[in-house]
Design a protein around this ligand. Structure first.
Ligand code: XIL
Length: 380
């Protein structure tokens, strides 16, 4: 079989345990240079692309995406509130540009994210009397959304984050009480994957979440994912968002998470990697985007540049993370950073607005940081 982009996805998703198929596929399916080239026989190396980069023709950022990464994820432009803001209105421009960019540059293209409780208009969950929608109404809206989006990019988007974050932040041991769950129960989870699979049977389908290393979350997800797989729900892999800090989680915790999901036969994607170097604004470390904390100078200690010692610490942390990913390369299909440079990282504004953070591999001018060299140094 001749390997092309599409076959790569098939190989990666339908035979996730076969490292040999995966490696061969990556080497001929996508074009690599820079970091991605150095990791070409290990896993794909990706980045999230901001709407600003695409719509305001940020040439420098586009160049960085082309030269260092062989996979791209839409950071915001495909989220429900952006792409489908009213029941009968769609905004295709940014998303179309995103997909075209990936195809022109022979990159593995990710769609993000079809069903989520965040960044979705409230009206999706209401009927014409403003009451909670019935299960049937919500189901038909979900089908319309997924079918329209997945069908438009059939054969172009290789992998979809189908459902995001189904677990409650209260104890991490039960379903999140989202409107999706309140109205449809667990069926919303199953039906999203079935609908996406029917719309593009060759696309790889992921469940994507943060804090996948938490013990209780693993117990819950193992059960929920197994129940879904037993029912024949087409889930091919999991996305570990990997919004990490300098000191936590530990490498051992992350390793266990990779193993737990890989043991289920799922391909593991590291989907939103960044390393926050600023003081924690709160004890709970998640990525629930509605969380926010008030700004204070103590929480923003490096407004004029990252001290050398912290840059070193970040480089060490990134090296440890990538060492771990290399060790588990047979289970890991892709490692994606959430953004390209420190300038466009969401971590400058979350969970506290207006800070200066340094979570990525490229600095604010797009130059490789110590952390970049430490990651590259592991394989060259
Ligand atoms: C973030 C974006 O980076 C921000 O620009 C936006 O304001 C909020 O969402 N988990 C996810 C991502 O799956 O979609 C989120 O992205 C970060 C947390």
């Amino acid at each position: 079989m001749k390997m092309n982009r599409r076959n790569f996805v098939l190989a990666a998703s339908l035979a996730p345990l076969s490292a040999c198929v995966k490696t061969q596929a990556i080497s001929s399916a996508v074009k690599s240079s820079g970091l991605a080239e150095a990791y070409r026989d290990k896993f794909l190396v990706g980045a999230a692309v901001s709407t600003d980069t695409l719509m305001n023709s940020d040439v420098a950022d586009q160049q960085l995406l082309k030269s260092e990464f062989n996979s791209i994820t839409a950071e915001n432009c495909q989220k429900w509130e952006e792409i489908h803001p009213e029941l009968d209105r769609w905004n295709w421009e940014a998303s179309d540009r995103f997909v075209k960019f990936g195809i022109e540059n022979k990159q593995h293209v990710l769609g993000h994210t079809l069903v989520w409780h965040s960044q979705i208009p409230e009206h999706v969950f209401r009927d014409s009397d403003q009451n909670l929608a019935s299960p049937g109404l919500l189901k038909s809206r979900m089908e319309n959304h997924i079918n329209t989006l997945v069908d438009r990019y059939k054969g172009k988007i290789d992998t979809w984050d189908v459902v995001n974050e189904i677990v409650s932040d209260d104890g991490y041991d039960k379903w999140r009480e989202s409107d999706w769950y309140k109205i449809m129960g667990p069926e919303f989870f199953y039906h999203a994957f079935k609908t996406a699979h029917a719309a593009d049977p060759k696309a790889e389908l992921l469940y994507n979440d943060y804090n996948m290393h938490y013990k209780s979350k693993q117990v819950f997800l193992k059960r929920a994912l197994s129940e879904a797989l037993d029912r024949g729900v087409p889930i091919h892999g999991v996305g570990l968002q990997a919004h990490y800090m300098l000191g936590e989680p530990s490498i051992e915790e992350i390793e266990r998470a990779i193993e737990v999901y890989a043991e289920m036969g799922l391909s593991v994607h590291i989907t939103e990697l960044d390393v926050d170097v600023l003081p924690a604004a709160f004890e709970y470390m998640g990525a629930e985007i509605s969380t926010s904390f008030e700004y204070s100078d103590e929480l923003n200690p490096y407004p004029n540049g990252l001290p050398e010692a912290v840059a070193e610490e970040l480089a060490t942390r990134y090296a440890e993370l990538f060492k771990l990913f290399i060790k588990h390369k047979d289970s890991i299909s892709r490692v994606t950073t959430w953004g390209t440079t420190d300038a466009n990282s969401w971590k400058n504004n979350w969970p506290v607005k207006g800070r200066t953070n340094y979570p990525l591999l490229f600095d604010r001018s797009g130059n490789p940081k110590k952390a970049y060299h430490s990651v590259l140094g592991l394989v060259s």
